[in-house]
Design a binder for this molecule. Structure first.
Ligand code: GLP
Length: 638
């Protein structure tokens, strides 16, 4: 794209924003900037001062810096670091403290001097906090100020822990965490109630003093707040928007995080666009939404008054455009997610043959399948297809301790009643481990196994509701999950090998999967990466040439209308079935299904989303359904 076309498209953006196809590419760019500065300073015998962030976002950047240190000799001997923030009340060796995080994710793997790394003191006594924050600011000044500041962004628009209400003048201080921020941290702390209520954070003013700022963001859950920070007004309700005041700040983000920027969302409003069929579909559906009209009721005026006059000129009239998009949308609807046998399939999302199909549903955690496509699974099974649901991870990290304790007591009592010593012994061991680890300690392998088995039981029970037999379920327990923790997972060849084995055994005709566009360190995104790597290994297999891929969005959100390629309506009864299936996941009652959406009651979220999709179809003037599950076609070979 030419410079002038790009600047036309980005005219609403108040912060330089670079969009990358993947987080790794963005990280390589930022790592280049950091390493170049470090090398220059090292050659001049001078220090480099880095401001560092925690959270999932910078993990890949840190991995790349570690790689450069280990493989390319990048030395951090003269580097001085200041971290943005720390939970108040946590000591540096607490597993969830930001000090611990930094040691694990970066400091322990490079040649930085321990005395050169600074993280706010989470244990400063309440009366000394003010002085301690002041000293932190002074230490930054004494080091010569921050050369490069790395930032992530929270869904409240926070940078560091500067929650809404933080002004551009704010300095390092003690703050109260927002409830959304605490909910987002709940998985790390094994429950929201364990997340600290306060933190110490550099202020927005402290951040703005850095000479260069890079903000990183990945995944669709960050998209709304990013668009507000970049294109919205500077406001205390989105503290990241104050980065607009910085002269040398760059946002480096992936495509999913950029998806709400005007240039991605409705580029036709800011500049000329190429009206290919995808752009036409997106814009006409947007217009119907904007004007609150059914597709076939859109008029020439609607098009001209809403910045789409050039499309109208190109296509002649609203009438033609409306009919085209109406038909495309109608053709997404099917009651036959596995294809309708012996029927004309020229306008159906799935092929009629072969019939029956081998349908493979990949579920990153044991709830994703029923939550996102419980209705479709039920239908596929009822329509005679050969369905396999594969749970990719055990999901054991999401089982609360009280549920584990209940199971241990059951094993113990059963053992005692049948006088089985081995069983009783194991129950006692589990109980002892549970007591010893305390509220926030890590589960032992035995406890993780138990928790994994609890989730298997729930998954079986849920699948039974959908009329699947236990033999139709596979539990892959991918190793990356078994050896890891949230935000710290790392996949390797063993994960890919397990996936290849499953694919080659099933040889599916269609695969339902998820994870595209999600936070790259989340389990769905990692499972998706594992799938893509496995597909590369299967590239010569005949089945792959004949396999269609259907993406579901994930438990907390739904595809937008223009992204839907297959929409499967559910009757009120089918929706009930699905909800009953969801209810079998007893241990997940209090868990949020996804960080990307809040709901009063997460158990209702699936049906809320399915009903909302059905409403959109209705509002567009198509048929009226109770609920719809929807999917997007994906071409792994493209
Ligand atoms: C935390 C940190 C922030 C971070 C944000 C986003 O609250 N204090 O510095 O940017 O959350 O976290 P993540 O990168 O895991 O999405």
């Amino acid at each position: 794209m030419s410079e002038s076309a790009l600047s036309e498209l980005t005219q609403r953006e108040q912060i330089a924003t670079r969009i990358y196809p993947s987080a790794d590419e963005a990280c390589a760019y930022v790592a280049d900037a950091i390493s170049q500065l470090i090398q220059q300073r090292n050659e001049a015998g001078k220090p480099t001062v880095l401001g560092l962030a925690t959270g999932s976002t910078p993990v890949r950047l840190y991995r790349e810096l570690i790689r450069r240190h280990q493989e390319e000799g990048l030395s951090f001997e003269r580097v001085i670091t200041f971290n943005l923030d720390e939970y108040y009340g946590l000591s540096g060796d607490h597993p969830e403290s930001y000090r611990r995080f930094m040691q694990d994710q970066l400091f322990d793997h490079i040649d930085i001097k321990p005395e050169n790394t600074h993280v706010p003191d989470g244990l400063a006594p309440r009366t000394d906090v003010f002085a301690s924050c002041h000293q932190y600011e002074q230490a930054i000044l004494d080091a010569g100020g921050i050369d490069i500041q790395i930032l992530g962004i929270g869904r409240t628009g926070h940078i560091g822990f500067n929650e809404p209400g933080s002004g551009p003048e704010s300095r390092t201080r003690l703050v109260t965490l927002d409830s959304l921020t605490r909910r987002d941290a709940a998985r790390d702390f094994l429950g929201e109630e364990n997340v600290p209520r306060h933190a110490i954070t550099m202020g927005v003013g402290t951040i703005l003093d850095a000479r260069k700022v890079f903000l990183l963001a990945w995944g669709e859950s960050k998209a709304p707040v990013l668009a507000e920070s970049v294109e919205g007004p500077q406001t205390e309700s989105i503290p990241a928007s104050f980065l607009q005041l910085h002269k040398n700040c760059t946002f480096c983000i992936d495509k999913a995080a950029a998806s709400r920027l005007t240039r991605e969302r409705h580029p036709w409003l800011v500049g000329p666009v190429e009206w290919d069929s995808a752009m036409i579909r997106k814009s006409v559906l947007w217009l119907a939404r904007k004007t609150d009209k059914a597709l076939l009721k859109l008029t020439d005026e609607d098009y001209t008054e809403n910045g789409m006059a050039d499309l109208l000129t190109e296509k002649g009239s609203a009438y033609n455009l409306n009919i085209d998009i109406f038909n495309v949308t109608q053709h997404t609807i099917t009651g036959w997610p596995g294809g309708k046998p012996n029927a004309d399939d020229s306008n159906r999302p799935e092929r009629a043959s072969p019939f029956p199909k081998r349908s493979l549903v990949l579920s990153p955690e044991p709830t994703d399948d029923v939550f996102c496509l419980g209705g479709v699974i039920h239908r596929l099974a009822n329509q005679g297809h050969d369905v396999t649901v594969a749970y990719m991870t055990s999901g054991n990290l999401a089982v609360p301790d009280p549920d584990a304790r209940r199971a241990i007591e059951l094993i113990n009592e059963m053992g005692e009643s049948i006088q089985d010593d081995t069983e009783v012994k194991h129950a006692r061991l589990l109980e002892q481990q549970l007591n010893e680890k305390g509220l926030l300690g890590e589960d032992t392998p035995e406890l993780r196994q138990l928790k994994g088995l609890i989730r298997r039981g729930e998954a079986r029970s849920s699948a039974r509701q959908l009329e699947l037999a236990p033999e139709q379920l596979r539990f892959l327990d991918l190793p990356f999950y078994e050896n890891g923790r949230y935000r710290r997972f790392k996949t390797d060849e063993a994960d890919v090998a397990a996936m290849v084995k499953l694919l080659e055994e099933i040889q599916p005709h269609q695969i339902f999967t998820t994870g595209l566009g999600q936070d790259p360190l989340s389990s769905p995104a990692l499972c998706f990466d594992v799938l893509l790597s496995a597909l590369k290994k299967c590239k010569d297999s005949a089945w792959l040439k004949d396999c269609l891929f259907w993406l579901y969005r994930g438990p907390g959100a739904e595809w937008e209308m223009h992204e839907i390629d297959m929409a499967v309506p559910l009757s009120p009864d089918e929706l009930e079935f699905k909800i009953k299936g969801i209810y079998q996941h007893q241990t997940q009652r209090s868990q949020s299904p996804s960080a990307s959406r809040q709901s009063e009651n997460s158990w209702n979220l699936a049906s809320e989303l399915n009903r909302t999709t059905a409403n959109y179809y209705d509002q567009l003037g198509l048929s009226e359904y109770e609920a719809i599950e929807c999917f997007k076609r994906f071409e792994p070979h493209a």
